[in-house]
Design a binder for this molecule. Sequence first.
Ligand code: 5GP
Length: 213
Amino acid sequence: MNREPLKRRGLLLVLSSPSGAGKTTLAKRLLAAEQENLHMSVSVTTRAPRPGEVDGRDYTFLDTTRFTALRDAGGLLEWAVVFGNYYGTERSQIEAAIARGHDVLFDIDWQGARQLAERMPHDLVRVFILPPSGRALEERLRSRNADSDDIVAKRMAKAADEISHWPEYDYVIVNHDVDESYRALTAILTAERLKRERQTGLSDFVRDIEREL
Ligand code: 5GP
């Protein structure tokens, strides 16, 4: 009897939210629970590494010349300018992963999500995380002592811009409670993995069943 998992095509899971809405916590938890099947997309960026960030793990850090060369050669699946720096997703990394049946998690902004929706609509699952209120978001941003008032103000403006794009997402989770939000997120992932068109091994599997009948 065939006990191998059914072959399937991986999916692209985009998790977006304004910073401070709890996206990073949810993403870390999901990645820890799904070490086999879900991998974080490592973006390329022209921004400088922050203390503790590792090249090739957190981002691939490129200068602007190398970034634009990669982009102009068609090497990026999507790219955007955020806070004055370039960010992008390398095409080769993503296409290879989903062909192998691996899912990829993205931490990209709405501009990137929109481009992925144009280029790979059938592979994309977009989830937007909303904060329970504007005040809660501001409090979370202020409690991050690493950020100056100026940066908090910039992030609040960016948050308003980001939130306005919620209708472009397939699922929306209001993050009242992180455990509840996490359960919702895993339910989405489970259901999306079971979509018939992603289960590319189904025809063979059903043929085997039919032979036994
Ligand atoms: P940070 O510099 O704080 O790591 O990221 C700043 C913003 O850039 C975040 O909103 C993040 O979602 C977005 N971002 C990071 N990587 C990418 C990417 O590859 N493409 C796009 N479009 N946005 C990205």
